[in-house]
Design a protein around this ligand. Structure first.
Ligand SMILES: O=P(O)(O)OC[C@H](O)CO
Length: 187
């Protein structure tokens, strides 16, 4: 692993490109035509794929940075948050779903900054599974599915909500433990 890893490396640039795609995605979602609706789903899919790729590249090329550990989940949350708010604003997803997920995602981000003096809490395997479930659920809501298949979208969304809440609680426990360890170390 290189001793000094530049922050502006290919993995972090991919993460930043995911953030840059958020306003483009929203413009397409609210354009109001079938073509742009499919385009919004495609943009969402492309941006979500960069989430998978940036982590792999960072690990394979030894480009892991603290900036990446913080920016990667924030970029994911900006993309999924924009999609959830957009779908709720369009009346296609109940607001309570968006609010439950948003409270957890903002809360975990604040938690990460709360303990940052003591260390970085990277994405856990559960957190990654949660993001995957959210992305698949949102993708199924974005593409115009025939009525019966909408049930599938809801089953995946229910799984995503359960994982969102469970991993949120897990991060609270991790943050409290990290702080307690750090305090014991200076005592
Ligand atoms: O659950 P979080 O906040 O760690 O987010 C997980 C990331 O989105 C995985 O890329």
């Amino acid at each position: 692993m290189p001793t000094h890893v530049p922050v502006l490396n290919i993995a972090n640039l991919l993460t930043l490109s995911r953030l840059a795609l958020v306003p483009v995605f929203l413009l397409a979602l609210f354009a109001g035509t079938d073509f742009w609706r499919w385009a919004s789903a495609a943009i969402f899919a492309i941006a979500s794929i960069t989430d998978h790729i940036d982590g792999r590249i960072a690990r394979r090329l030894g480009l892991i940075t603290d900036f990446g550990k913080i920016a990667d989940p924030i970029a994911d949350k900006a993309l999924t948050g924009a999609a959830l708010v957009g779908l709720s604003a369009l009346g296609e997803l109940p607001w309570w779903v968006t609010i439950v997920i948003a409270v957890r995602e903002v809360g975990v981000t604040l938690l990460r900054f709360w303990v940052i003096r003591h260390g970085v809490i990277p994405a856990s395997p559960g957190g990654k599974a949660k993001t995957l479930a959210q992305v698949v659920a949102i993708g199924l809501f974005l593409v115009p599915l025939p009525g019966p298949l909408h049930v599938v979208a809801w089953v995946v969304m229910a799984t995503a909500i359960a994982l969102t809440v469970a991993t949120g609680v897990d991060y609270v426990v991790r943050a409290v433990r990290l702080r307690a360890r750090a305090k014991r170390a200076v005592a």
